[in-house]
Design a binder for this molecule. Structure first.
Ligand SMILES: NC(=O)c1ccc[n+]([C@@H]2O[C@H](COP(=O)([O-])OP(=O)(O)OC[C@H]3O[C@@H](n4cnc5c(N)ncnc54)[C@H](O)[C@@H]3O)[C@@H](O)[C@H]2O)c1
Ligand SMILES: [Zn+2]
Length: 282
């Protein structure tokens, strides 16, 4: 099926829905200028010094570095913290926000992004699940629990050596702080904030099911390598017998039982869906 037809189907699915579940991966931010980490090459393109160290994303996103080489760990996460903090969400976020607000039963965002871009674009903090945590929050890398905001943290980095010039420390015990992000081989992640988000999400879904509401999923920029978001899309579509609209310029294929693929970047795809919608309104 071609793109125009799929966009028409997408529009119809959205029109018929009472509520929208947005599932999103790193591709959602690409049109704002953010890197995705598609494969090792994609990651190294964003972080050439890490290529020189012979590390890939999975090696680097490991809590071990906060013990072994805290200045390397904070060079990586500090760079990302500042990048995400300074980024202005692209126009597609606003188009999406306007779209979901039209729905009586509104929306929920389920994302593996840690970048806080949905909040920055005006989406309601209480309608977001950050399943891998948030870079804008920190926790102690020692034993005591508790999550704080990273708002006051600023990291200076020696770009040549790819080392941070300071590391933020826990006020309570003096241990190094780390981002409240789920890393690989991470037994120390404090998941309490994400768990609370999941509880709100479950309540929302349950209420919709009990009231026999129609839900549509819009999945944007979710990759295959770490398929957390694609699996969520699929399991929700399968469980609730609902359809998903998968927007992705490369990995757009989807089993037709579960939905349709839109072979576009996030901004272009959203503009197309919303453009057709407006044309039909006339
Ligand atoms: N911004 C972030 O927070 C961020 C960025 C990179 C990685 N991560 C973490 O790394 C993992 C990465 O998984 P992932 O699947 O989200 O990312 P990924 O980098 O593995 O895949 C990105 C996906 O986005 C698609 N894409 C590329 N350009 C796009 C565009 N303009 N519009 C829409 N889609 C586009 C690619 O085709 C790919 O399918 C997650 O665990 C996540 O927590 C987070
Ligand atoms: Zn501490």
């Amino acid at each position: 099926m071609n793109l125009i037809e799929n966009i028409k189907i997408a529009k119809q699915l959205i029109k018929n829905a009472d509520a929208i579940l947005i599932t999103a991966g790193a591709g959602m931010g690409v049109d704002s200028g953010l890197p995705d980490f598609r494969g090792s090459e994609g990651f190294w393109k964003a972080y050439p010094p890490i290529k020189e160290l012979g590390l890939d994303f999975e090696d680097m996103a490991n809590p071990i570095w906060f013990t072994k080489d805290p200045n390397l760990a904070w060079a990586f996460y500090g760079h990302r913290l500042h990048l995400y903090r300074d980024t202005v969400p692209h126009k597609g976020f606003k188009l999406l926000l306007d779209l979901v607000k039209e729905k009586k039963d509104e929306y929920f965002i389920y994302t593996s992004n840690v970048d806080g871009q949905f909040q920055k674009a005006g989406f309601d903090e209480s309608k977001i699940v950050e399943v891998h945590g948030s870079i804008h929050h920190v926790q102690c890398s020692g034993y005591h629990k508790g999550i704080g905001k990273a708002d006051n943290i600023s990291i200076n980095i020696d770009e040549d050596k790819f080392q941070s010039l300071s590391t933020p420390l826990c006020e309570k015990c003096g241990d190094i702080l780390r981002p409240n992000i789920l890393m690989f081989g991470d037994w120390g992640w404090d998941n309490s904030r994400t768990r609370a988000q999941e509880v709100r999400y479950s309540k929302w879904i349950k209420k919709l099911i009990l009231n026999d509401k129609t839900i549509v999923i819009i999945e944007i920029g979710a990759g295959k390598h770490i398929p957390t978001i694609r699996l969520k899309t699929r399991s929700m579509a399968q469980k609730l017998h609902i359809k998903a609209i998968r927007i992705n310029p490369r990995d757009f294929e989807i089993d037709e039982k579960f939905g349709i693929g839109i072979d576009c970047g996030a901004l272009e795809g959203l503009e197309k869906i919303i453009e057709i919608k407006n044309e039909e309104k006339r």
